[in-house]
Design a protein. Structure first.
Lengths: 78, 461
């Protein structure tokens, strides 16, 4: 686990790297482009979830905390 | 068994001359004996022999698929039901996949046997294989050097003879870089060619799953199987998948236009690498009665600087699900330094996004690089260039993050442009393998494989 001091160092380094990179991109001319295009034919249709016993077993096995038929999660810190 | 060409081996498996069970046992023994040194495989499929028995039964009945009896290793960020998909991270240390990725479903349908899950850079964040939480992978072709990353274990598994074929992922060079360093074939397909459903993503707008093989035939056959439209991945295209493994006679490819770029040459720091690749390109050109044209890629030098802001922000977004509630542990508390750097950097960029300073600028540069490639492919049919600007560093060498990022300068452009690129070995420098990239336009993998096959045959002449 990375301690708080190192975490701050890493964060500053990440910011510095991004600033350096973006300053290089200053030479990029402004261009008009569309973001987030949606193509109707490529949208996924809603489907019924697969009801598999094996899937449920594996899902619960992966969960950190389980009680009966539920995943247990903390309150408030969301 | 190891030295048999894949096509011959597949024929032997399909005719029953080699049993699928024996093929699996052979590789399990190799892994048992050698993996402690190489550290390429993290998790073994305990059912592999049982699955091979079933394949042998199907072969006997004449009902086996295209990959009957071949043994495949899978990168640990691709879901295979019941196997550990830990992304080489403590965050997902014991995470057991609950479903098969689309690519896995396809290879199982064609009766290949998955032998296990491979080591990698943690969450695919790395260029050397050294950021894995479970120890670095050794390069089987040059033990004191890194094998490259992030698909370090998949490349090393093929190179060390732990499997017939392997699956990796490539976001900015993660298949091509280790393929080059370990002296094997590796393919980054066009964006949208292969479904990413079931891949634990690094950067969803750039990731692609692709094959590793010791020869061009193996890579072509595996890509043929995993390609195609999937309703689970809206970025896949409904385009025909040609028979990549049926190679065109070189006579039919005569006078195709081959390009190299002085813009790539400037980015290649080790001139010996560039010379090796240039000599290989000249051999291909001579065989095809073609000339090499210089192609202008004006914005190629901005690839690294535009790639990382995109990756940082998409990775930050993609890892928000790793909060330790439904599975695994909270990523920020259990990941390594490089993963944390990308998460924290991505968080900053997401905030700065409101001012349009980072992400949009990077996307604008990406568009210009794509246009560069569009123009290039109006002039030439294929582009040839080196894979990495330098030889892989020695294991344990301290590399500054920015220098490490620059290592992908020659591979990132193909990801940003969405085109396909294959790597094949061209020789060695100081005993270290060196690869070259054969880049073709989007969905033109057929031509890419045909050129790679010509070069593979030329090496044997």
């Amino acid at each position: 686990m990375i301690d708080k001091v190192d975490k701050e160092k890493i964060e500053k380094q990440a910011k510095r790297i991004m600033d350096d990179f973006i300053s290089v991109l200053d030479k990029v001319p402004e261009i008009n482009q569309e973001f987030g295009q949606e193509r109707e034919e490529q949208l996924r249709k809603p489907e019924k979830a697969e009801d598999s016993k094996e899937f449920r077993q594996r899902m619960f096995k992966n969960a950190p905390k389980v009680k009966d038929d539920c995943l247990v999660m903390e309150k408030k810190s969301w | 068994m190891e030295t048999i060409k894949l096509k011959h081996k597949l024929n032997d498996l399909k005719s029953g001359k080699i049993k699928a069970v024996d093929n699996v046992k052979y590789f399990l023994e190799r892994i048992e004996k050698e993996n402690k040194k190489i550290n390429a495989i993290l998790h073994i499929n305990e059912n592999a022999i049982k699955e091979a028995e079933e394949v042998d039964r199907k072969i006997k009945e004449g009902k086996a698929g295209k990959l009957a009896g071949l043994v495949i290793a899978v990168k640990s960020c691709i879901n295979v039901t019941g196997l550990i998909a830990n992304c080489a991270s403590k965050t997902l240390e014991n995470y057991e996949a609950t479903f098969d990725a689309d690519v896995v479903k396809k290879i199982k349908q064609e009766d290949a046997i998955i032998i296990g899950m491979t080591n990698m850079d943690e969450f695919a964040c790395g260029i050397s294989g050294e950021t894995s939480a479970f120890g670095h992978t050794v390069n089987p072709a040059a033990h004191e050097r890194v094998p490259g990353g992030s698909s370090s274990g998949s490349a090393a598994s093929v190179a060390a003879g732990f499997c017939d074929l392997a699956l990796g992922t490539d976001t900015g060079g993660s298949i091509r870089n280790p393929a080059s360093h370990t002296g094997i074939v590796g393919i980054k397909p066009s964006y949208g060619r292969v479904s990413r459903y079931g891949l634990i993503d690094l950067s969803m707008s750039l990731d692609q799953i692709g094959p590793f093989s010791k020869d061009v035939y193996g890579a072509a056959l595996l890509l043929e199987v995993i390609s195609g439209k999937s309703r689970n991945d809206p970025t896949t295209f409904d385009k025909e998948v040609p028979k990549y493994s049926h190679f065109e006679d070189y006579e039919k490819l005569k006078e195709i236009k081959i390009g190299m770029s002085s813009d790539f040459e400037k980015l290649c720091k080790n001139k010996e690498i560039y010379n090796l690749v240039e000599n290989a390109a000249n051999l291909i050109a001579e065989k095809l009665n073609s000339k090499i044209h210089n192609v202008n890629l004006e914005y190629a030098d901005l690839a690294v600087q535009s790639y990382y802001p995109i990756v940082y922000v998409e990775f930050f977004s993609g890892t928000r699900k790793l909060d330790g509630r439904k599975y695994g542990k909270k990523i920020e508390e259990h990941c390594g330094e490089e993963v944390l750097r990308r998460i924290l950097g991505g968080k900053i960029i997401s905030q700065a996004e409101f001012h349009g300073t980072y992400y949009r600028k990077a996307l604008a540069a990406k568009k210009l690089i794509t246009e560069d490639f569009n123009k290039a492919f109006k002039q030439v049919d294929v582009l040839i260039c080196p894979v990495t600007p330098e030889l892989p560093h020695k294991l344990g060498d301290k590399i500054d993050p920015k220098d490490a990022y620059a290592f992908d300068a020659l591979t990132i452009p193909a990801n940003l442009a969405g085109v396909c690129s294959g790597v094949i070995n061209v020789g060695q420098i100081d005993g270290v393998p060196v690869g070259m990239q054969i880049i073709c336009n989007s969905f033109n993998e057929k031509l890419m494989f045909d050129i790679m096959k010509i070069f593979e045959d030329l090496k044997l002449e």
